[in-house]
Design a protein around this ligand. Structure first.
Ligand code: PFF
Length: 442
């Protein structure tokens, strides 16, 4: 069977950006930046994305195009031996991430329903906090929405690469940007909002700690969809003529721009309405309704916002399921539809304890964390950085001739040497150092 291909380069860039831009940028980034004290975190995050992020994204795309295979197949074809373990690990991590990602994806559906009902149209911090906490700790409701989100994801993935993933991303990304700009303008014109802007962009480097570095590293990989073979899989659908360097740069710029806009959208409002910036995972869900309550046609904006958040989450969850599905198809010879449904069932089941751990099962803890937090910690702060570390070593020491050949036509010129040095030594050293420092501090 011929391997699927993207319909156009733009389609590829938007689908890759669609994978990257999602709950990571709009839900996670604002609260992780806020709990890390703002300013300095933003700069460290940007620095990591533009160096480590760019080099590793380019490397992943090149590996995919060179091998024309998915996360495991690429390593097997290009090297064999023990290297495919990196691929197996990334498939597992996609599976784990998707289980809690789908729970949060379900929250976005619930908030569309709440916005339609009008119950969240208030700027009272206590009420909004109570609504959010009451909802996520309920034993049934969030799980039903989690099921809804998982169904949407499997429906797109079962539809195939071009029809499903590409078409969705093309329409969604521009709409998301426009809506965020409207919300930012409203947020910034509220009294007190500029304190939030200052908090977000003015760097206070005395706050830098190893915990902040590992947060920034984990978030950079999470938000750029790196370390899990996504860009390998998507790169395998790219034609030989496409310029990968340019595509990778576009994906990174679009993603960091979205994170920046999300910060500007959420944090000024936090200050204007007196919310607690360290509120954690609920920040976007609790803060944004207060902005809508102060907008003409606020309810309409609220519905639109949560719809777009849902769609942004969907293009990301689709990419996670695509890796797992393409693995099951390549390895077990399953048909696309079968593979996608079987994997989704497993993901849904694992999401149940994750959701319950935010409510009735909160006392069941391991290393001081419930299932939801544990899955997040394990994937973002341990397994994704570890995956990237191994990938950098693989590219620098083992697969370099292939990667160099693959990128030869992309106009990188002498920067290729820099990239190799980066993959061989600098990236592994930096990631290794940050991980060890954070584990010691824990
Ligand atoms: N990058 C996505 C987001 O920020 O929402 C989430 C994600 C997708 C993480 C794919 C990792 C991944 F491989």
């Amino acid at each position: 069977m011929a391997r699927s291909q993207w319909g156009s380069r733009l389609g590829f860039i938007l689908a890759a950006a669609g994978s990257a831009i999602g709950l990571g940028a709009i839900w996670k980034f604002p609260y992780v930046a806020a709990t890390n004290g703002g300013g300095a975190f933003l700069f460290i995050y940007l620095g990591i994305c533009l160096t480590l992020g760019l080099a590793l994204m380019l490397a992943e795309m090149a590996l995919g195009r060179a091998s024309k295979a998915g996360a495991v197949g690429a390593f097997r074809q290009l090297a064999g031996g023990g290297w495919p373990i990196i691929g197996y690990m990334s498939v597992l991590v996609c599976f784990l991430i998707l289980s809690f990602y789908s729970v949060v994806g379900g929250w976005t559906i619930a908030y569309i329903v709440k916005a339609l009902g009008g119950g969240i149209m208030t700027s009272d911090a206590k009420t909004l906090g109570a609504i959010f906490n009451g909802f996520i700790s309920d034993p049934l409701e969030p799980i039903a929405y989690h099921a809804g989100f998982a169904l949407l994801t499997v429906w797109v993935v079962a539809g195939g690469v071009q029809k499903g993933i590409e078409n969705l991303s093309k329409f969604l990304m521009p709409a998301l940007f426009v809506l965020m700009l409207v919300l930012i303008v409203r947020g910034l014109t509220l009294p007190g909002a500029w304190d939030g802007v200052k908090y977000f962009v003015a760097p206070d480097f005395s706050k830098v700690s190893s915990a902040m570095l590992v947060d920034a590293l984990g978030l950079a990989f999470f938000s750029l969809s790196l370390g899990l073979g996504i860009m390998i899989t998507y790169g395998s659908y790219v034609s030989k003529e496409s310029n990968l360097l340019g595509s990778a740069l576009w994906v990174i710029l679009l993603t960091v721009a979205t994170c920046f806009l999300a910060g500007l959208m959420v944090l000024p409002a936090v200050f204007a309405f007196g919310f607690d910036p360290s509120a954690g995972p609920g920040l976007t869900f609790i803060t944004m309704p207060a902005v809508f309550a102060h907008l003409p046609l606020g309810q309409l904006f609220a519905v639109m916002f949560f719809c777009l958040l849902l769609l942004a989450a969907l293009t990301s969850s689709v990419s996670l399921l695509e890796v797992v599905t393409s693995f099951a198809m390549d390895e077990f010879g399953l048909k696309r539809g079968q593979a996608a449904w079987v994997m989704t069932l497993g993901i849904f089941l694992l999401g149940i304890p994750a959701s319950l751990s935010l409510g009735v099962w909160s006392e069941y803890q391991l290393f001081g964390m419930g299932v939801f937090d544990l899955l997040d910690y394990l994937t973002s702060k341990l397994l994704m950085p570890l995956g990237e570390l191994l990938l950098a070593l693989f590219v620098g020491w083992k697969a370099w001739p292939v990667v160099r050949r693959e990128l030869a036509g992309d106009g990188a010129g002498r920067r290729m040497r820099l990239m190799r040095g980066f993959c061989m030594a600098m990236a592994p050293a930096l990631i290794g150092w940050i991980m060890v420092a954070s584990l010691r501090a824990a």
